[in-house]
Design a protein around this ligand. Structure first.
Ligand code: 7PJ
Length: 261
């Protein structure tokens, strides 16, 4: 999954694709580099980010979703707002990626009324404050229990189990230790029976491990993506698609122990 931010303030590529035309061109390049899914987001969720009005988010996201869907791309919309979910689905998005796991009023219904896929992500707190000393008694058990409960709520609302993915939400209300415990324990989340999506690309945990600023975390990001796939992730959400695809090709061939078909 390639990341397409249509925002003036995302931490990893802030502003580079803020207008729809630039975002469409970027998404097409990511597809050419081997992305199977493009994840289009119009509201930054970086720690401390201000909220975005629905009308502004729609103006950013809809032209990008429509153009990519017309290309035949699998388009995911990264949003917490039911109105944006509905409009993006109408414009051709076939996946909703919600860092609030459909907890906003009306979000469950927006997805249940469609046939699209759904990524439920765990976040502790809200973006503005989530990195203020997050605490857990058992981060792995708590994140897993939250996600399984949200999946059950979605299924009760009529969303088929086959449509649901789970994501532990690296960096969303988690310390470095919490993030590493979750990545280490990814097999136990995968054992819940839903495909797992992992988003580690360029995140501050990689800065903490390597000492590198956000613009120099590509190698760390590829290593993290490989680690996630090796521990059971079905989808990795990344900025550096070309490099990640190369690494995954090598890893998959070694894992298979034979030449690719
Ligand atoms: C994630 C996301 C993630 C999912 C962002 C960033 C911050 N969606 N949206 N998982 N992160 N599902 O790109 O670093 O980890 S925004």
């Amino acid at each position: 999954m390639g990341i397409v931010n249509v925002t003036p303030d995302s931490f990893a590529d802030g502003g580079r694709h803020a207008d729809p035309a630039a975002a469409i061109a970027h998404a097409r390049a990511l597809r050419a580099d081997g992305a199977d899914i493009v994840d289009v987001g119009g509201e930054s969720t970086r720690p401390g980010a201000p909220p975005v009005a629905e009308r502004d988010e729609l103006a950013r996201v809809l032209p990008v979703v429509a153009a990519l869907a017309a290309d035949g791309a699998i388009v995911s919309v990264d949003t917490m707002k039911p109105g944006v979910m509905r409009a993006a689905i109408a414009a051709g998005a076939t996946m909703v990626n919600d860092v609030r796991a459909l907890t906003a009023p009306g979000a469950l219904e927006a997805v249940a009324d469609s046939g699209v896929a759904l990524c439920l992500m765990h976040m502790r707190g809200a973006p503005r404050t989530m990195q203020d000393a997050p605490e857990y008694a058992d981060v792995v058990a708590e994140v897993r229990a939250f996600l399984v409960a949200r999946a059950a709520a979605c299924e009760a609302a009529g969303i088929a189990r086959e449509r649901i993915l789970l994501d532990p939400g690296f960096g969303f209300g988690k310390s470095l230790g919490h993030n590493l415990a979750l990545l280490h324990a990814l097999p136990s989340l995968a054992a819940a029976g839903y495909p797992v999506l992992a988003g580690l690309s360029r995140k501050s945990m990689l800065g903490a491990l390597t000492g590198r600023p956000v613009g120099e975390r590509m190698v760390a990001s590829v290593a993290a993506a490989l680690a996630a796939v090796a521990r059971g992730a079905a989808i990795v959400r990344v900025h550096d698609v070309r490099e990640t695809v190369d690494a995954l090709k090598v890893w998959a061939a070694v894992d298979a122990g034979r030449a690719p078909a």
